[in-house]
Design a protein around this ligand. Sequence first.
Ligand SMILES: *Cc1c(COP(=O)(O)O)cnc(C)c1O
Length: 307
Amino acid sequence: MIQQLIELNQQMAVSVLAKIEEPFIKEQGIELWLKRDDLLHPVISGNKWRKLQYILQHALALNTQKIISMGGAYSNHLHALAYVGNNLGIKTLGKIRGERPKVLSPSLKDMQEWGMDLEFVSRSEYRQLRTYKQHNDLPGIQHGEYWLPEGGALDLALQGVAELVDEIELDYDVLCVPCGTATTMAGLIGAADENRRVLGFSALKGAGFLIDEVENFLKSRDSHDSDWFIHLQYHFGGFAKINPDLLSFIHQFECTHSIKLEPVYTGKMLYGIYDLIRKGYFKPGQKIIALHTGGLQGNRGFIPRAD
Ligand SMILES: *Cc1c(COP(=O)(O)O)cnc(C)c1O
């Protein structure tokens, strides 16, 4: 199985830096680059592979037969996990928030096709599951089973995210990332040099708790972390909530740069970055890198598109 993991890793494409050119950005004397982690793999896009890589290695070393995790009905995390589980010959079980829908979402259908068992849990049970933070924390977990917290939020996830930082050859000042559980952000902070700044953009409303989450991750490490801050105001009403303003921004961006976004994470982050640039938040001469975390499969959830 470790061989399959190596092969999967070899399938990953190079995540290039693409320069985002806009007159108003140039006028501010700023450079904006997008790190295209969305290009890594056609299915397991973006930060989900970064986060899963070392977790899977750990799970395999423990002789894991089954990985159990949790997520919503459009979860990029469960989608990626189901795919890799199928690839590696490991069973997967997804605990999905809410009642079983009459018609499965396209994401859930994929998960099922890749052999993931779907178990629908109540919102209160789901909240309870969030409190199990380590790989063996799930009550009643059996030998050979591995518990993966929401969003793959284990310390091992940070190690894979660090590799992304090592790939960057540009001398940048600011690294921007969308936040769900902020696991990816914690990985970036741990890996970026002290003189860089990491900026998170929360995809959730009222997400002040993310600051504690990041601090908890960093507590267990003795590295010199970079400076960081989470912008909490670009949530558009809540997780996966959208409005015409956001959709028109995304449409405009996609037409101008021929790079697809999704409205849950990267769309909101880039909207926020554009807004901050316009407001003079960044200093002239600064080079900003924004991480495109992928997740385009989730688009099938709520945006009717031609493709
Ligand atoms: C899961 C996901 C995130 C959030 O990552 P966290 O590590 O949970 O903060 C961001 N962008 C995309 C596209 C995702 O699928």
